[in-house]
Design a protein around this ligand. Structure first.
Ligand code: FMN
Length: 180
């Protein structure tokens, strides 16, 4: 399948970026074609009516047009979606055709905090539902991610580690049914 991953913060040491790279490797290992967008690829000008979309925006939009699913790996800022990711979502939603309607999405988050970014994912669900994207009901959260992700972004806590392949299976099966 053709899959896009998007997320992480803009800082090079991003825990979410590390988790994203681990999930990208897992999906590639299963034989899927993966395009990952993080860091500089998400540095877009703030959305403004009349402003032409930046090269980064067009690249992400094109990748999503051909994708069968999207994995979002999002930090939680003040219990919500970080500005750079919300800005990317808003830009994409203004393009024609918008990539969002019917797009299968897997939501993931990592945080040094005890909730693992779960509250931010609730904000993501509201935004995705508004745009007509179809988020898998289950999601991946990694609490205490500064201790619970190894150098390669693999969750070290047994329950979370076991959840990753189950979630990917669920997401891939949803995406295959919606976008064969
Ligand atoms: C502006 C701001 C707001 C934050 N709000 C939250 C929050 O609501 N919940 C949380 O768990 N962590 C919060 N954090 C801490 C982030 O989870 C932490 O910085 C995390 O490492 C960010 O993800 P990253 O490692 O991918 O950059 C916040 C950080 C910033 C900079």
């Amino acid at each position: 399948m053709r899959l896009v991953l998007m997320g992480g913060s803009l800082r090079p040491q991003s825990l979410n970026g590390r988790l994203l790279r681990h999930l990208a490797r897992e999906l590639e290992g299963r034989g899927h074609e993966v395009a990952a967008f993080g860091g500089r690829a998400l540095r877009m000008p703030l959305y403004e009516d009349g402003l032409a979309p930046a090269e980064e925006t067009r690249a992400l939009s094109e990748a999503l047009q051909g994708a069968q699913g999207l994995v979002i790996v999002s930090p939680e800022y003040n219990a919500g979606i970080p500005g750079h990711l919300k800005n990317a979502v808003d830009w994409l939603s203004t393009l024609k055709p918008s990539p969002w309607p019917g797009l299968p999405v897997l939501l993931c988050a990592a945080s040094p905090g005890a909730f693992g970014g779960a509250r931010g994912l609730m904000a993501w669900r509201a935004t995705l539902a508004n745009m007509g994207a179809l988020a898998l009901p289950e999601s991946l959260t990694v609490p205490h991610a500064d201790q619970q992700l190894d150098e390669d972004g693999r969750p070290v806590e047994a329950r979370t580690a076991a959840l990753v392949p189950r979630l990917l299976d669920g997401f891939l099966s949803l995406a295959a049914r919606l976008r064969p």
